[in-house]
Design a protein around this ligand. Structure first.
Ligand code: IVH
Length: 719
């Protein structure tokens, strides 16, 4: 969210606009009545949207729109200082904390950052800094990505995490200590020599992969998806029940220091290095640059590579590296003079809904899709966006002809956030759901209790295309070379009538298809051959059973071990599985009792498909029989939960230490077991290490864990 407090009059042009004019205001004049009125209106509007954004995690307007309001007020107040009321939102940096959490007063205010949106403003930032310092020496800048998450502060006393709080309005936030203690990337105890007191500041983010997984789970449970990773992270941190937070995969990335005692840094870079030594994730995409021109090049480069990051970033932060210079530059009321944010264009944009069309998916779901006037959203042209379902169209009241805000996040399908109703002309048309499938003409109905409309056509080519696309996709059977174009041709020519037909394809048939050379045909055949022994979980996911996504499919494979086992599982047995409730169980049973489906699966088997047993029950056995002994008080998990987790992951729990013990988990005030373990040469781990261990064991290999997040981040070396 943009903040600006400047003695300059700033005329902002749209992000991609050419010049940005900054002129110092010399005159002080009296505002007109309409300017007074607008200032009051802006004050109200900003406070309202601030609350929606910071408190309710449910913004109604885009960041860009908010910034425009904010800037307009800053501008008015700069021109007419008498309009700056004591409660003006420009004097605040957010909204007050939620009442349910204890209030956490920040010992040193958590300031915001002034924004720059182009090179001119970066140069101006340096010009002002030099002017303030009154000298022309070299200034080095430490630059980092600007993480789009939730700002938090972690207080460590004598190296122990004693308080974790959200930024809130910068002066006070919410005390979310129990919640943040559950994050594997937040050390409960600092390692290496550390200060006697330190406030570590940083951002809690949700990695894009984790965001996708969370929304898939929400979907499987019939819950609404989170709008973006930032909201998901903020919502997860602000759970009154910290067990919910613990289940959400959140990542902390440190970027600064508040109070500091018994330690010294000469530079921001040193502080970042120390944080890595204390046990925080190193943020390897930071760089030290010796001129503001290089800084501008860095910002442009990061902007280009924005989508390569495993989390969302919305800009770069540029900090004067030298701590002494930082101290000399000091702060303005809400932002330091030694740092600035370079903001990227928003991942939201305004455009027109030219039409709303029904689109038929693989399960026969008929989804309303908005056809948009093409618009650039954070560097990608978007011309279609999902409206999810009819209920959403009605709830958001989106009509054909509306001007709307569209948003995209990572590789998630773009969506329409809201309609700009105030811009309606009266020409807009409401969308009515079709009665017949636009592809096969069969009836479209809405099953009892569901939000989606479905095409009833069993042989609907649109459904078949969707099923095939899902079947071959990376997270399902991962069959390379079978793309959309090929699928369309295979369906249109009637060569493929169900998923099993894929495995009847020959090199000759394939090389007859458009844009298919002999070599690509051979590659497809090889890919199909290789896919015949894909893991069972992937195969089940690939079948496209309603309500069964990747996670549930993996659980099914782990529990029943064979395809026949899954196919013949009883309702009771299905309900035993985590994440499977009556609705999902009934969907699985109805899928495997459908004659057509059974026939297709038999055909697949005959064609040589034999999904492999999950290796050693993968996640389930990942503790590989290790023997754990617990001692002392655990603060994040209860003892029961710890035991359950160990058993679930294939470990054993014992009550006494012996030479056979693999790990002793020592909580607070551990007993004599520690000594015994030391004598027996048993590895002693803290609760924090234990959590890291089980969360690594729980995650599938490709899922980020503290360990591979580190790897991931260090692969982000940019300079
Ligand atoms: S430094 C005094 N570094 O941006 C300087 N902030 O307006 C304090 N943010 O909500 C901020 N990534 O949480 C800094 N690498 C980074 C950042 C970062 C994201 C957020 C911060 C705050 C906002 C500042």
């Amino acid at each position: 969210m943009g903040l600006y407090s400047s003695p300059f009059r700033v005329i902002f042009t749209p992000h991609k606009g050419k010049g940005i004019v900054i002129e110092e205001i010399a005159r002080v004049s009296t505002p007109s009545e309409s300017e007074r009125k607008r200032a009051r209106e802006l004050g109200e509007l900003i406070s309202y949207h601030n609350e929606r954004y910071h408190l309710l995690d449910s913004p109604e307007i885009s960041d860009a729109e908010f910034d425009a309001l904010f800037r307009e007020l800053v501008d008015l107040e700069a021109r007419f200082p008498e309009l700056r009321t004591p409660d003006s939102p420009t004097l605040r940096v957010g909204a007050p904390p939620l009442s349910e959490f204890p209030v956490a007063l920040h010992a040193e205010p958590m300031l915001g950052l002034e924004n720059a949106t182009d090179e001119v403003q970066l140069l101006d930032f340096e010009r002002r800094a030099r002017k303030f310092l009154g000298e022309a020496g070299e200034i080095s800048y430490e630059c980092e990505p600007k993480f789009d998450g939730l700002a938090v502060e972690l207080t460590y006393e004598d190296g122990i995490l004693t308080r974790a709080s959200t930024r809130g309005d910068g002066i006070s936030g919410e005390d979310v200590t129990p919640n943040l203690r559950t994050l594997p990337t937040i050390p409960l105890k600092l390692t290496a020599p550390h200060p006697s007191l330190v406030d570590v500041r940083g951002e809690v983010v949700m990695l894009l992969e984790d965001f996708k997984e969370l929304n898939d789970e929400q979907d499987e449970r019939g819950l609404p998806p989170f709008a973006n990773p930032r909201n998901a992270a903020a919502g997860s941190v602000r759970q009154l029940d910290s067990k919910v937070t613990a289940k959400r995969k959140l990542t902390f990335i440190g970027y600064g220091i508040g109070r500091l005692a018994g330690f010294e840094f000469n530079s921001q870079l040193e502080a970042m290095e120390a944080m890595a030594d204390w046990g925080f994730l190193p943020n390897d995409s930071r760089v030290l640059l010796s001129s503001i021109v290089e800084v501008a090049a860095y910002c442009a480069d990061i902007e280009k590579r924005r989508e390569e990051f495993p989390y969302e970033i919305d800009g770069c932060v540029i900090k004067v590296d030298d701590r002494e210079l930082q101290a000399r530059l000091g702060n303005k009321s809400r932002s330091p003079r030694w740092a600035i944010a370079y903001k990227f264009p928003p991942m939201q944009a305004r455009t027109k809904v030219e039409d709303i069309l029904p689109s038929v998916g693989r399960t026969g779901a008929v989804t309303p899709v908005a056809e948009l006037a093409p618009v650039n959203v954070g560097g990608v042209t978007v011309s279609r966006a999902t409206l999810h379902n009819m209920d959403e169209v009605i709830r958001k009241d989106i009509r054909i002809g509306d001007m709307v805000i569209v948003q995209r996040a990572g590789d998630v399908i773009p969506e329409v956030v809201r309609a700009l109703k105030e811009e309606r002309t009266g020409e807009e048309e409401e969308f009515k759901m079709v009665e017949h499938c636009p592809v096969c003409g069969a009836k479209v109905t809405r099953p009892e209790g569901e939000v989606v409309y479905r095409c009833e056509g069993l042989a609907c080519p649109a459904q078949l295309r969707g099923r095939l696309r899902h079947f071959v996709s990376r997270r399902a059977m991962d069959i390379e070379g079978v793309g959309e174009k090929l699928i369309d041709q295979l369906v249109d020519t009637g060569m493929v009538k169900d998923i099993a037909d894929l495995f009847t394809l020959t090199k000759e048939v394939l090389s007859g298809m458009e844009r298919m050379g002999e070599k690509s045909a051979k590659n497809v055949i090889n890919a199909l051959e290789e896919a015949k022994t894909r893991e069972l979980g992937r195969f089940i996911n690939a079948l496209g059973i309603s309500h069964v996504g990747e996670a549930t499919a993996a659980n099914l494979a782990a529990a029943f071990k064979t395809l026949d086992g899954v196919m013949s599982a009883s309702e009771e047995a299905l309900l035993e599985i985590e994440d499977i409730g009556p609705q999902v169980a009934s969907s699985i049973i109805s899928f495997f009792t459908d004659e057509k489906n059974v026939e297709t699966i038999d055909k697949l088997k005959t064609l040589g498909l034999s999904p492999a047993q999950p290796e050693e029950r993968s996640g389930e056995d990942s503790l590989g029989g290790a023997i754990f002994v617990l001692t002392g008080t655990l603060s994040v998990m209860t003892r029961e939960e710890a035991k359950e987790t160990i058993k679930r992951l294939g470990g054993k729990v014992s009550s006494s230490v012996s030479a056979k013990t693999t790990y002793l988990v020592a909580g607070e005030s551990p007993g004599s077991k520690v000594k015994k373990a030391e004598e027996a040469g048993v590895t002693i781990i803290s609760e924090q290490q234990f959590i890291a261990l089980v969360s690594t064991a729980q995650s599938k290999p490709e899922t980020p864990t503290p360990g591979n997040v580190k790897k991931h981040l260090s692969q982000q070396k940019l300079f």
